[in-house]
Design a binder for this molecule. Structure first.
Ligand SMILES: Cc1cc2nc3c(=O)[nH]c(=O)nc-3n(C[C@H](O)[C@H](O)[C@H](O)COP(=O)(O)OP(=O)(O)OC[C@H]3O[C@@H](n4cnc5c(N)ncnc54)[C@H](O)[C@@H]3O)c2cc1C
Length: 638
């Protein structure tokens, strides 16, 4: 007896099961699978190969590695499951006449925009090509691979052999050259690039944005999608009595934000906060711009200072992005070209006067412009750069977005730009160590303690990630556990936490272990010190004393009820260093002189917070604020 991934308990062999289903005898639709009739043609046999060869002759994808077809290939609808970026996805595959007739992703927790791109494109690619190993959607590799795996399994469940549907070769590209002129060419359509384009276009400048990925928005879809905007139209309309304490004025928010975040020993410390102050002002203006074109916002109260989130927190980012992109494209005439990575800056003497971008369709864009904005994000995904600047962080799995390869930074460097704060390390969040699923809010939604492979606490759970990462690096083991009790577990469901996050999938992926009580959990995981660690936490609470890390806000762990541990790993995702700019976004040489025609904003410059000697936290606030500042500066200068 074996359990299939569809959750069907079958005491029959798969072939026997499929045969009975084919005869229409199994009333199994309710159980999640509906098998139709056998194709009767040995559907993966010669007929299939001919079909595919036919397509190959048409210059399309062609099969290169056929294997023998199975003897039975049963048509029908197959439901399969695969683990993806944010937990399991359920996929429906329809096999008809021995072909993959339909693929649909049923339910999933993938990120909007990025994961969604794969959810939309992969089924179509697979069905159109009849190959399961079609190219993944760039940037959504895990989601794409999960869909491919689910279809592979469906083919297997139908009695076929997934290898018979492999060997995809992408069609050859037709090469062409296009010349374009504009006032400003922008590299990257993340929030920094989009905000700059918005300001420039509004000021009547002709702008082209080149984006490497098939979608715009950069990191926005993978963030909490909230930023620190104060004194916007919204807060003014609410009036001071309706908004959170400490949120009445920009200064109040700034104070709250900077509280405990200044690093006076930092070589970059500047009490005037020349980078942070303009960021807060610009992000207010940028948020007002969004409000004025119909983006709705809600307040987020707690972290790190009150923030505004478009729409209903996370998912609201999608609507925000759609509204902005449509406005830029249709109202302001901004030309956004996706799947067209910038590969080179064009110089005229010592000034930057354009760029070259390579379209995925084979088009080379030769762009002549008065200025170029580098808004291409960070470099943490680039292993060579990480080895060079943050080798220690490679101890852990880097979870930076795949576009964060540092090309803008390197291009700037090539034309003389200085790098700054490269010694400031990276920021990390938690991921499930088994599934690799990103769970950066686990400490908010399931309060608990983090222990090492011995079960000992070694770091304050309330520490900033950047500092916490140092302590993780110092541990011998690479096994870490987030331990929490039954009360905290209730925070795993969307209705149980204010972030509306659903972390219940961790109980299915093997990331989480449940114990009847803490002793049982310690035994199951082989964590000899866990019991003592939890006893110590509870003793601190009972005595009203600080723990060893100076925490006073601990809460009792219910050690008599069920206890849970998620195997976690810190996953560094964003680097703190980058191109040196002044607070008006001019890219600078080592001596502080600006490079003519070259501007930069957002993650490509690293964190501007540490440029003032404060701790990194608000990447989105920075990208939005500094994108707008860059737009204003360029508008005035080109
Ligand atoms: C996992 C994760 C979680 C985060 N969570 C938060 C959070 O909760 N709150 C917060 O404030 N910040 C968060 N951040 C940080 C924040 O998202 C970023 O700081 C911010 O979005 C950066 O915006 P950007 O426009 O500078 O860069 P990106 O958003 O990285 O955009 C850069 C764009 O440039 C494109 N590009 C790259 N190379 C090229 C090229 N050669 N040619 C053309 N285009 C190119 C990329 O494809 C991308 O679309 C998070 C970041 C990550 C990675």
């Amino acid at each position: 007896m074996r359990e299939t991934k569809t959750g069907i308990d079958s005491s029959m062999s798969r072939r026997a099961f499929l045969a009975s289903a084919a005869a229409g005898t199994a009333g199994i639709a309710a159980a999640g699978i509906l098998a139709g009739c056998s194709s009767g043609s040995g559907a993966n046999g010669a007929k299939e190969d001919n079909d595919r060869d036919g397509r190959a002759e048409e210059g399309d994808a062609k099969k290169t590695d056929a294997v023998a077809a199975p003897d039975v290939f049963t048509d029908g609808i197959y439901l399969t499951k695969a683990v993806s970026m944010h937990g399991p996805i359920n996929v429906k595959t329809v096999i008809a006449d021995g072909k993959i007739a339909e693929v649909a992703v049923l339910n999933n927790r993938e990120s909007y925009v990025i994961g969604e791109a794969a959810v939309k494109a992969m089924p179509q690619r697979i069905v159109e090509s009849q190959f399961v190993d079609v190219d993944c959607v760039t940037g959504a590799t895990l989601t794409s691979m999960a869909i491919r795996n689910a279809v592979r399994e469906a083919i297997g469940n139908a009695g076929g052999d997934a290898r018979d549907f492999e060997g995809y070769v992408a069609p050859e590209l037709q090469k062409s050259d296009v010349s374009k002129e504009c006032d400003v060419a922008i590299m990257g359509a993340g929030m920094a690039g989009l905000m700059a384009a918005w300001q420039l276009a509004e000021d009547g400048k002709n702008v082209i944005v080149f984006e490497k990925m098939p979608y715009v928005g950069g990191c926005l879809p993978i963030t909490s999608t909230a930023w620190n905007a104060q004194e916007t139209i919204i807060q003014k309309a609410w009036g001071p009595e309706q908004i959170f304490e400490g949120w009445n004025t920009m200064q109040a928010q700034l104070d709250q934000y900077l509280n405990g975040r200044i690093e006076p020993d930092s070589p970059y410390y500047n009490p005037d906060m020349p980078f942070i102050k303009p960021m807060f002002e610009a992000v207010r203006d940028a948020t007002d711009k969004m409000i004025n074109i119909g983006v709705g916002f809600c307040p987020i109260s707690d972290w790190p200072a009150p923030q505004l989130a478009p729409g209903a927190f996370s998912i609201g980012g999608k609507f925000c992005l759609d509204i902005i992109t449509n406005y830029l494209t249709y109202q302001l005439g901004v030309n956004i070209i996706t799947e067209a990575p910038v590969t080179k800056l064009v110089m005229d003497g010592d000034a930057v006067r354009g760029l070259v971008a390579e379209g995925a369709d084979g088009t080379t864009y030769n762009v002549s412009s008065k200025a170029v904005l580098l808004a291409s994000g960070g470099y943490a995904y680039n292993k060579d750069l990480m080895k060079q600047y943050q080798p220690d962080d490679l101890k852990f799995t880097i979870m930076a977005p795949p576009w964060a390869t540092g090309e803008g930074m390197l291009m700037g460097q090539d034309v003389g730009a200085a790098l700054v704060a490269m010694d400031q390390g990276v920021t990390s969040h938690y991921s499930g160590a088994v599934s690799n699923a990103e769970i950066s809010y686990i400490h908010y939604v399931c309060p608990g303690v983090v222990v090492n492979g011995n079960g000992s606490r070694f770091v304050s759970e309330s520490l900033e990630y950047k500092q916490a990462l140092r302590q993780f690096k110092e541990q011998d083991s690479t096994d870490f556990y987030w331990v929490f009790d039954e009360i905290s577990r209730q925070g795993m469901v969307p209705s149980g936490n204010s972030y509306r996050l659903d972390y219940t999938f961790l109980l299915e992926t093997g990331d989480a272990t449940e114990g009847e009580n803490y002793r049982d959990l310690a035994e199951k995981l082989g964590l000899p010190e866990l019991v003592a660690s939890l006893d110590a936490v509870n003793a601190c609470v009972a005595n009203g004393t600080e723990d060893e890390f100076g925490n006073v806000k601990l809460r009792t762990m219910l050690v008599d009820g069920p206890m849970y541990a998620i195997k976690v790993t810190p996953t560094p995702y964003i680097a703190q260093g980058g191109l040196m700019i002044d607070p008006a976004c001019h890219v600078q040489r080592e001596d502080g002189s600006p490079i003519k025609g070259l501007y930069a904003a957002g993650d490509v410059t690293g964190s501007v917070e540490n440029r003032d000697g404060a701790m990194y936290r608000v990447g989105l606030t920075q990208a939005i604020g500094y994108g707008l500042i860059a737009g204003r500066t360029m508008s005035a200068e080109v």
